[in-house]
Design a protein around this ligand. Structure first.
Ligand SMILES: [Zn+2]
Length: 60
């Protein structure tokens, strides 16, 4: 099972070029630029499909 996440470091001065990483069997991947860790959580699998730098507050 693999899952793709995107990271740009959060944008702004602290950001970095947008990179895509595959979460593999370990269930987590660390961004090579900013060391941010992406952990695959089953309930959030769909939301992890593309991780937006800015928090999204969907109305539900
Ligand atoms: Zn990053």
């Amino acid at each position: 099972m693999q899952h793709r996440v995107a990271c740009d470091g959060g944008g702004g001065a602290l950001g970095h070029p947008l990179v895509y990483m595959e979460i593999g069997d370990g269930g987590a991947v660390d961004c090579g630029y900013c060391d941010r860790r992406f952990v695959l959580v089953a309930d959030l699998a769909q939301d992890n499909e593309y991780r937006d730098p800015a928090p999204r507050h969907d109305a539900h």
